[in-house]
Design a protein around this ligand. Structure first.
Ligand code: ZN
Length: 285
């Protein structure tokens, strides 16, 4: 199953993208008001919604423009982001491999949709393509073997990072440096785990002005999706609709020689196989 946020309304995506549009079924209308149009509200009733969606009459789907899509999860109660979660990225960053997940937050006011312009902050601005996990059912002290059972689905994210703000003074300032407006784009759709042959082995990457800068596989995650659910839930309760940015593979601008950062006019394309593509253009303030 695939879901999206179309101009603030929850839609089921019923087919493939073609010429910049997707066939979409409005959930509130199709369910005759059983489910709210609010894309964030659905996770509180995730099991009930999945059962309805599987048997929903899909004939009423209409094409919606990809440019009309917003962040598929617009207002999560909690946002987790994981640092140094790929061996090659930890190495390019000059850090030892973590022995426990390095957890920080991206503030929710930085969320934006899968396309559009992002205004550059004053510092050196970098890219980090990431697989993003959305929690479906609350999780507290779950085993890694049970981790995927608490996941509603997966989407594509960018952990856009102002390195100047992040490293202004030791120790690093992860949360603020990665939370300027628009610095947490997610989308274009949420895809349920059953749609993948192997949800622990997804290719991801990004391009700047058409030149590939990152490419990796989630099979190389130091802490896998199910392990992250277990580790986070050992401390706190993961809530329906929470979001986890799972970390980025090698190839960020900060790790290059010389470093490369985003400039006004740059186009950033970010993707995860089997999910979709984010397309953003950077503009000066
Ligand atoms: Zn990141």
């Amino acid at each position: 199953m695939r879901l999206a946020n179309c101009a603030g309304r929850l839609v089921l995506i019923t087919g493939d993208a073609s010429q910049g549009s997707l066939p979409a079924l409005d959930v509130e209308t199709a369910s005759e008001g059983l489910f709210s149009a609010d894309p964030q509200a659905i996770y509180a009733r995730w099991a009930e919604f999945r059962a309805w969606a599987e048997s929903a009459q899909r004939d009423a789907a209409t094409p919606v423009a990809e440019s009309a899509l917003g962040p598929v999860v617009p207002r999560p109660a909690q946002v987790f982001a994981i640092g140094l979660n790929y061996r090659d990225h930890a190495a390019e960053s000059g850090f030892a491999l973590p022995t426990a997940p390095v957890v920080f937050t991206k503030y929710v006011s930085s969320f934006t949709g899968p396309t559009g312009d992002i205004t550059l902050s004053p510092g050196d601005v970098d890219w980090e393509v990431e697989l993003v996990v959305v929690i479906g059912t609350a999780a507290r002290r779950v085993d890694a073997a049970d981790g995927w059972n608490h996941v509603a689905g997966l989407t594509v994210g960018q952990d856009i990072s102002d390195r100047t703000a992040q490293f202004a003074a030791p120790p690093a300032q992860f949360g603020l440096g990665k939370s300027f407006p628009g610095y947490s784009p997610i989308g274009p759709v949420l895809v349920t785990p059953d749609e993948f042959d192997d949800p622990d082995r997804l290719t991801l990457g990004c391009e700047v002005n058409g030149t590939a800068v990152q490419k990796g596989t989630t099979a190389d995650l130091v802490f896998s999706v199910s392990t992250l659910v277990a580790e986070l839930s050992s401390t706190l309760e993961l809530l329906p609709g929470d979001v986890i940015f799972t970390g980025t593979p090698a190839g960020v601008g900060h790790g290059r020689t010389p470093p490369q950062y985003l400039r006004a006019g740059d186009e950033l394309t970010s993707w995860v196989s089997g999910i979709g593509v984010l397309r953003h253009r950077f503009v000066s303030a």
